[in-house]
Design a protein around this ligand. Sequence first.
Ligand code: G6P
Length: 472
Amino acid sequence: SAHATGSTTAADLVVVSNRLPVDRSPEDEQWRPSPGGLVAALEPVLQSTGGAWVGWPGQPDLALDPFSFDGMELVPVELSAEDLELFYEGFSNDTIWPLYHDVISPPAYHRDWWEAYVRVNERYAHAAASVAAENATVWVHDYQLQLVPRMLRELRPDVIIGYFHHIPFPAYGIYSQLPWRTQVLEGLLGADVIGFQRVADAGNFARAVRRRLGFETKAGSIRVPTADGSVRTAIAKAYPISIDASVYDELARRPDVQQRAREIRESLGDPDVVLFGVDRLDYTKGIGHRLKAYGELLADGRLDVERVTLVQVASPSRERVAAYMQLRDEIELTVGRINGDYDTVGHTAIRYLHHSYPREEMVALYLAADVMLVTALRDGMNLVAKEYVASRVDGDGVLVLSEFTGAADELTQAVRVNPHDIEGLKDAITAAIEMPVAERRRRMRALRRRVRDHDVERWSRAFLTDLDEVTR
Ligand code: G6P
């Protein structure tokens, strides 16, 4: 648990992200792991280097001194209720998020949101500048903080700056909608290394830089003119993020977790087949497409509710953004309809859970799931796919994976789907259910090898090694 330490010592490695790795709950003042894949990916890195993490503590108007937590030095950045509305819910999650996910939902462009984004990015840049030791390495994360690299370079020309983009970077034809497209590129180019999930994202970024700024780019090296008239090199490259696979492996081997997996199946009425989806409740995740395919399979009689159940965990997310409220209504209407039409007294078509769960319970659910459904319409990586694979210590289970996820570039032994193609999705789900055990095991073996060999430690090492090679 947390204890304040008063003053912060200058850190040689500083991570900067919108959220701290822990959120303070307004109800009981307890610290809990914050949502999203970022925490799981970065915590191991910082714990092993003893660095500092700059971020928002998850509650409005909370002014806190730096404190140590779980072997890390946490440096809270205060966000007011207005900052949250304009910077977080507005520009970050109602402009950049939908734009960068190929406008699945229409992005809104508001000048006062942009002004708040600039103002709040400056606050993060100052916090990072004040905690970084001389010649430190500062690693900035994700779309909420795209201006921080340049701002930080101006404040602290001595530090080495990395930026990692966790979400997709769109094609230029989409990116160019952004009224502030030039400023955002300039912000990102303040970093020495700019990391992306997929090769295609890095390519889209380099192309945007050529088209907007006219800088020369060659094989991931970008020639950036500097204020003093010289030129420096920034690297734009793919570093596909991963998970700490051993954590999932170890949890899945625990007898109590395996017992819990059996209990879960029992409490579902012991179906022959458990289908499983788990997502933040976000319009990028293709939950509606998944439910449509599943509902039609029940309607067609190709699946029988007495034999098959879909467990859908939808963890609450960004609940004050209108597009998310609307999505929740749509999904819950659809779930209610399908269950009303197909449930029997003893069996449910969809067990819908609008909660988030601790890791142990997630692993038990992964173990209980015969088929994992990842049907995102666009996703930077999708760590759920990797968590499922890492949890299947029994070597069984089938992963159905959308080709529009970063994970699809790596997890080539999954059953690949285009979630827009409902007929294809239905066929993929039935193929997954009917897949012979030998084929399931062969595919899972290859998937597990990939996730084990390309874990989050390898990801951070690759990124930090490239940063290390930067010369000032
Ligand atoms: C995605 C983003 C993260 C974000 C997470 C949770 O994984 O890439 O930057 O933290 O979603 O979303 P939230 O808005 O709750 O932080």
